[in-house]
Design a protein. Structure first.
Length: 402
């Protein structure tokens, strides 16, 4: 099997996913174009070498629809011959896009590809693309559909995480993200978003609140009580997990991922393509897998998929130097650490989506780039990147620094 190397990884800053967010004026196409342009320009890349662009987008409708990857490649100055494809595996779309792009290289069918993702959550609202899962009884009833926030609360209840546990995790995420920005740990990968005049619109993640403390979070009310009680989803949770007498609601806006806008791109190729482009590989993609997990509790996929990936590679959890586990909700990462008895100092060392936000289709590619930068900064070797996914799934990838 041909080796797939990572030659570069970039991302935009994450803008608040609201109408007053800095990136609200930038279209989905503009965000995706920014990431692809950065890959082309900073690597002096002859786009004749690029065989495909794969981009994740969770709500590919309206301005984000119509195969955003292809049109973004064109607006980013890639040759007409460069195709593009948009994929959707909910929150893991960006990581799966990288994996799909890498698979093309590993199979020998393509020599150089780009994987990434984009989401403008301020312009194309979450859930805008619809779907059968929440509304069609044929799937909603047998899968015990419930909103993800209630699933997160169910995880906390089932595995014994208190409100203080989740809030303490959120405070640490904010502190780590603030420190990472202060120390310039993201400067290698974050590219500013500019307007048509070349003026910078946003150069830094704007969702962060580094001064967050336990007292400020304690003032926030749990977000999903009304859904559980008036919507009946608390009863659904107990039906799915009858060992739970009642759901303990511990999640709120401060310990859940932020709604933001952003895009990312990762340049992947075999050795021959890298030499033709005059580039040195930064890392190799060792392995990746996907898995389906229980759709009701939904967000435990990172545990299940990591077990599958370790079994596939013959590796142990102790072989992994760094972990990027998407912070969809605090309980997701707490459960991952609990399941593998992982030292929290090795997980999300530069903060995560609680602090910086979760631009759905882009996050997986973003945190892979974060893991790569951190391996290089610390001189470590192996990182595992994983995300939980709607309807109960997980995706995980292992990369090795060169």
């Amino acid at each position: 099997m041909t080796e797939a190397f990572i030659y570069d990884a970039v991302r935009t800053p994450r803008g608040r996913g609201k109408q007053d967010g800095s990136l609200h004026e930038v279209s989905t196409l503009g965000l995706a174009t920014t990431a692809l342009q950065a890959i082309r320009e900073r690597n002096k890349l002859d786009t004749k070498l690029v065989d495909d662009v794969v981009m994740g987008c969770v709500d590919p409708v309206g301005e984000a629809g119509g195969d955003i990857a292809r049109v973004a490649a064109l607006t980013a100055g890639y040759g007409d011959h460069v195709p593009g494809i948009q994929i959707n595996r909910f929150c893991a779309s960006g990581l799966d896009a990288v994996n799909f792009a890498a698979a093309q290289v590993m199979s020998g069918q393509h020599d150089m590809t780009i994987g990434g993702g984009v989401e403008s959550m301020s312009r194309v609202g979450i859930g805008a693309s619809g779907g059968a899962w929440p509304v069609d009884p044929a799937i909603a009833i047998p899968s015990y559909f419930m909103p993800q926030g209630i699933s997160a609360d169910l995880i906390a209840t089932k595995y014994g995480f208190t409100r203080d546990d989740c809030d303490a995790y959120a405070v640490e995420s904010q502190k780590r993200a603030g420190k990472a920005w202060e120390e310039g740990r993201f400067k290698k990968s974050v590219v500013p978003v500019k307007d048509v005049n070349g003026l910078t619109i946003l150069a830094k993640d704007e969702h962060m609140r580094p001064q967050t403390d336990m007292q400020s979070l304690a003032a926030l009310k749990p977000s999903f009580v009304m859904m559980a009680e008036q919507g009946g989803f608390g009863a659904v949770a107990i039906q799915a997990h009858p060992e739970i007498e009642a759901v303990n609601h511990v999640h709120h806006a401060g310990n859940s991922s932020g709604i933001v806008d952003g895009a990312a791109a990762v340049l992947i190729g075999n050795e021959k393509a890298g030499k033709a482009a005059g580039l040195k590989p930064r890392a190799r993609i060792r392995a990746f897998v996907n898995i389906g997990s229980e759709p009701a509790i939904m967000l435990t996929g990172p545990v299940d998929v990591t077990k599958k990936l370790l079994a596939k590679t013959g590796m142990k959890i102790s072989d992994i130097d760094l972990f990027e586990v998407n912070e969809a909700f605090a309980s997701v990462v707490l459960r991952f650490n609990q399941a593998f008895d992982v030292d929290p100092a090795r997980v999300n060392v530069n903060g995560g989506a609680i602090a910086m936000g979760h631009p759905l289709g882009a996050t997986g590619a973003m945190i892979l780039g974060t893991a790569l930068d951190e391996l290089e900064r610390t001189g470590k070797s192996i990182a595992l990147i994983t995300l939980c996914i709607g309807v109960g799934m997980g995706t995980a990838t292992i990369i090795e620094r060169i």
